[in-house]
Design a binder for this molecule. Structure first.
Ligand SMILES: *[C@@H]1O[C@H](CO)[C@@H](O)[C@H](O)[C@H]1NC(C)=O
Ligand SMILES: *[C@@H]1O[C@H](CO)[C@@H](O)[C@H](O)[C@H]1NC(C)=O
Ligand SMILES: *[C@@H]1O[C@H](CO)[C@@H](O)[C@H](O)[C@H]1NC(C)=O
Ligand SMILES: *[C@@H]1O[C@H](CO)[C@@H](O)[C@H](O)[C@H]1NC(C)=O
Length: 959
């Protein structure tokens, strides 16, 4: 930051205008000159003149020393030495108050990021969520006029018509009532430093040299070739705070950017309110502006893990660094008390100047911290060194210690930036992470922000986080605020971002539905008044999708969460054998007549855990008492969902080795007759009752498929299990102990992909005659008796698999897992009868193997699932991480919402049920499949699961 390296003193700020106006002089003004300048006043003859003179002299000396005051009549003294002049400029800079709050300037006509030649745009008839009035204001039928890179006018068509005098060069866009929001602001992104596709040559997220390095700057590693820029714009992202990674206690300085491509094609041209600029007007200098600085810190497990520290070491390192920051701050302040008497240059520290600025309150401090122990330590440190914290990030437990957070130093409590449902991947996110956190935080008066940690979550779908927060109780104005006004405020940019307001940056998103609706997608994203999506593909969404829906009501669950500090017992607590579901509007079973509910709504009767009647059902008056009666409010009954792709069923906490089955033996590794060619079965490592498993069950996922955790080509045999079962020996718990053989062709670190294909060929052709389990399994696979699930995303590798199938015979059953580039050879896959489990359901070009992904609307017409399905390929949807299992239903609903021409509701549900059954060779028919009763339309966020029939104990669990 600011006060630059010692050896750059000659390149310090030169645009500090006020200082440049008057030349500085060495000595203070001579008071005798002052007297001589006023000869007409012969006051020296006055009897008190001597006394007055002495007093004046003393006063003048005092004033000039005390305030470095310059009298308006400078004497022609010799100039100050350069180092003092430079130091005085630095004193002026450090004396500036923190940048905010800036007044709301409705008359702002020009955005400094305006691109010459950008046409004014007139957006007509929008439904505008402005962010005003605590996020409750909505303007219906509003027009917006964008010019100069700002929103110039918002009003009725008549008001706009009066305002726009010359329409000749204006883009007039009819919105037809479409929702408009401010651009989405992501306060936790690693875009540009952890860029896509991930390559060793562009890994600039973490330094790894020391835990506390306030001197590092994400700007220095910001890669302008990140494919994620356009991709995130397609989801409405218009500004992001790019943080260094969280490996260390102080990871470095963060910078704010807008993701749009700039003509200059440079990191600096993508910045918003840069804290430094190159002054190209003079001879070049690196000048501090008035903008905020940003710092990234982290506490807890990351610094402990990466630097082999304990928490105690980490906080010592914090204190050590801040002590250095305090020291340099004090030295600077002392120097500035009497600059002109100094004999050495203004003190600076390349390493710790930023922390001095933190203590001066001019840095937005962003801290990744999960738990009470860590948040408490940081709150103490903020008070020890007296600096405010802008935002706590991740903060999975913060909802349980809201009073503590308010004790952080400074007047404004820190904001809290969290995920909606991404949790339990490490110990500090395991115990008290809850989907109700946004609601609880807001109820306690804290500013809630939903963040991506891009690419941990693809920031293209940041609004999806806000929608989930809404579903779990946060009201709609707060939910939309959590990705717009709240982060803009926490970043000190709410004088130009985060609202739809006259004078604000023309960063807007026009949506194809109510922005919190499932699958909401931008029709267009404007940044600095420039439409970003070229020829957008817009899906016509139904009127239903345009409606505001109210937040989910989870009072009982929230009370329980608070009472248990988040460690709620997730096992089902209530069940019934006989149930009468009323007001049912639909079902999704093949074996019942599809017209059951065609004429409105009906009942569903369950007896001994089995559905015995749908539609018009009659229960004898005398029997009613034996039934649990549940009103589904126009909901539906559907087959249980299946999840595949994560290690649900083999681990509880991904980053804790002791909670996992462990890594499977490589069958190709020759270690002796006992282990050679051994094929590990995941079922032997079965682990039940994990929180992700139980949350999936509650969300209607009745079956999970797990394949062994492995580093080898032949990963082993997957198993399918019932997520609600209490243990592996319970009746119906294991649904298929020997499901498919999983093969990984996504890793060339140990041997080449071509070597792996060659080995597979030998085995499938029966050229090896040892009697190992591996050899036997591939003989079965060659005959079509065992499905091969091949993990890869790359079209070329998939092509090699297609060729291999042609060589070894048509009988082989192959399914691709991953498959992000598979659309490139969709016809060939269809012809070879090879299906694809798209995993995760929404592609992200995170690695080289998936860089030719299909983006989906608004970038392309098709999503990957719809493209494959419409080319005759059998498709399923998978996941990658355990926490995603619970969101399986939303993945299917997302595909349906954005591809209504390819999928019906029923065929979209098949993507996560029937199709997966077939693609994985699970053979779940014959009563093993569970079913789920949903209140409300299961394709929307408004719905929730009320009953699940899982494993075979004849009970339906009720939620
Ligand atoms: C604005 O859009 C809504 C929704 O499509 C429509 O009902 C209304 O007629 C439109 N108003 C004008 C003035 O076009
Ligand atoms: C640029 O540098 C030259 C040589 O040091 C100096 O004479 C000139 O005044 C400088 N110009 C500006 C605008 O700083
Ligand atoms: C990204 O978007 C810009 C338009 O804003 C376009 O010019 C550019 O070609 C896009 N880049 C890629 C890689 O699609
Ligand atoms: C995208 O799909 C829509 C609806 O099917 C169609 O009208 C449009 O022509 C398609 N666009 C392209 C470029 O395929």
């Amino acid at each position: 930051m600011g006060l630059q390296a010692r050896n750059t003193a000659s390149r310090l700020p030169s645009t500090v205008n006020d200082l440049e106006k008057a030349p500085l002089v060495v000595d203070d003004v001579d008071s005798s000159d002052l007297i001589k300048d006023h000869p007409r006043q012969p006051f020296y003859k006055h009897p008190l003149s001597l006394l007055i003179g002495v007093l004046l002299l003393l006063l003048t000396t005092f004033i000039t020393h005390q305030f470095d005051f310059e009298f308006p009549f400078p004497s022609p003294s010799k100039p100050l030495p350069g180092f003092i002049q430079e130091g005085i400029k630095q004193c002026e800079i450090i004396a500036r108050p923190p940048p905010n709050p800036k007044p709301f300037d409705e008359k702002r006509k020009f955005n400094d990021r305006f691109v010459k030649g950008t046409k004014p745009t007139w957006l007509k008839n929008g439904t505008v969520w402005t962010g005003e009035k605590d996020g409750t204001e909505i303007l219906y039928g509003a027009d917006l006029y964008l010019d100069g890179g700002v929103v110039r006018k918002i009003g009725s068509p008549d008001e706009l018509a009066a305002f726009v005098k010359d329409k000749s060069d204006v883009d007039e866009i009819e919105l037809g009532g479409a929702w408009v929001t401010p651009g989405i602001v992501d306060t936790h992104s690693h875009m540009g430093v952890d860029s896509a596709p991930a390559l060793r040559g562009s890994d600039d997220t973490n330094s790894l040299h020391a835990s506390a390095q306030p001197w590092l700057r994400s700007l220095d590693g910001f890669n302008t070739h990140d494919v994620a820029f356009n991709n995130s714009i397609a989801g409405g992202i218009t500004t992001m705070l790019v943080l260094p990674g969280s490996a260390g206690a102080i990871g470095g300085q963060a910078f704010t950017f807008k993701p749009r491509w700039t003509y200059e094609n440079t990191p600096q041209s993508m910045q918003v309110e840069p804290p430094f600029v190159i002054n190209t007007h003079g001879n070049g200098s690196w000048d501090r502006t008035d903008a905020w600085l940003f710092l990234k810190s982290a506490c807890g497990e990351n610094p402990s893990r990466v630097y082999s520290d304990t928490r105690m070491d980490t906080y010592y390192k914090f204190r050590q660094a801040y002590t250095q920051g305090k020291k340099i701050k004090d030295e600077q302040d002392r120097w500035c008390e009497s600059p002109k008497t100094q004999t050495t240059p203004f003190p600076t520290s390349l390493e710790y100047d930023t922390l001095a600025e933190v203590i001066r309150g001019k840095v937005k401090v962003n801290i990744h911290c999960y738990e009470p122990v860590d948040i408490n330590s940081i709150v103490r440190i903020s008070n020890e060194f007296r600096f405010p914290i802008a935002t706590f990030h991740h903060a999975h437990s913060l909802w349980s210690i809201t009073d503590l957070v308010k004790q952080a130093w400074g007047a404004i409590p820190p904001a809290v930036a969290i995920f909606a449902t991404n949790a339990r991947y490490k110990r500090e996110s395991y115990f008290s992470a809850t989907e109700f956190a946004p609601k609880i935080l807001a109820d306690n008066g804290l500013s809630v922000i939903m963040k991506s940690d891009h690419p941990v979550l693809d920031s293209r779908f940041l609004v999806y986080e806000a929608s989930q927060a809404h579903h779990y109780g946060l009201n709609f104005s707060q939910s939309l605020g959590s990705v717009t006004t709240h982060p803009a405020k926490a970043m000190g940019l709410d004088h130009r971002l985060g609202y739809v307001r006259p004078g604000y940056d023309a960063d807007l998103v026009v949506w194809d539905s109510f922005p919190l609706a499932l699958g909401a997608t931008p029709k267009q994203t404007y940044i600095d008044g420039i439409p970003q999506i070229i020829n957008p593909h817009v899906v016509q969404k139904p009127a239903e999708a345009q409606k505001i829906f109210s937040e989910g009501k989870w009072d009982k669950e929230i009370t329980e969460t608070i009472a248990t500090r988040g460690e709620t017992d997730l096992t089902p607590k209530k069940s019934a054998k006989n149930i009468l579901f009323q007001d049912v509007a639909a079902h999704y079973f093949d074996n019942f007549d599809a017209t059951t509910f065609e004429n409105g709504r009906g009942d569903v009767v369950v007896q001994d855990g089995e559905i015995t009647c749908m539609g018009k059902c009659v229960i004898e008056e005398s029997d009613v008492a034996a039934f649990e009666v549940i009103d589904l409010k126009g909901g539906s009954i559907a087959p249980g969902l299946i999840t595949v792709g994560s290690f649900v069923g083999l681990m509880d906490i991904r980053q804790e080795k002791s909670t996992r089955d462990g890594t499977a033996q490589d069958p190709l590794k020759e270690e002796g007759p006992v282990t050679d060619g051994i094929l590990v079965r995941a079922v032997d490592g079965a682990q039940f009752g994990g929180r992700d498993t139980l949350l999936a069950y509650r969300a209607g996922v009745t079956t999970a498929v797990a394949y062994p955790i492995s580093n080898s080509e032949f990963e082993g045999i997957s198993y399918a299990f019932s997520t609600g079962a209490p243990h592996p020996l319970a009746e119906g718990a294991i649904q298929n102990p020997y499901a498919a053989l999983h093969i990984a062709l996504d890793d060339n670190s140990k041997s080449s992909i071509s070597t792996k294909i060659a080995i597979l060929r030998r085995l499938l052709l029966g050229e090896v005659d040892e009697k190992t389990e591996l050899v036997e399994a591939l003989k079965k696979a060659a005959k079509g008796e065992l499905t091969l699930v091949v993990k890869t995303s790359k079209a070329d590798v998939i092509a090699a698999v297609v060729r291999l199938k042609k060589e070894v015979g048509d009988k082989v059953k192959i399914t691709i897992l991953g498959g992000h580039e598979s659309w490139l050879i969709a016809d060939e896959l269809a012809e070879a009868n090879i299906g694809v489990i798209v995993s995760p359901a929404r592609s992200y070009p995170g690695d080289w193997d998936s860089r030719r992904f299909l983006a989906g609307p608004p970038v392309t017409n098709h999503t990957l699932p719809s493209y494959l399905a419409s080319h005759g390929v059998k498709v399923g949807l998978g996941i990658v991480e355990e926490w995603q299992a619970r969101n399986t239903r939303y993945d299917a609903a997302w595909v349906y919402a954005n591809n209504p021409e390819t999928f019906t509701k029923s065929s979209a549900l098949d993507l996560v049920s029937k199709n997966l059954d077939e693609l994985l060779g699970l053979d779940l028919e014959g009563g093993k499949k569970g079913w789920v009763a949903y209140e409300g339309d299961l394709f929307g966020f408004e719905s929730r699961v009320r009953g699940v029939k899982g494993y075979g104990n004849g009970q339906v669990d009720l939620f």
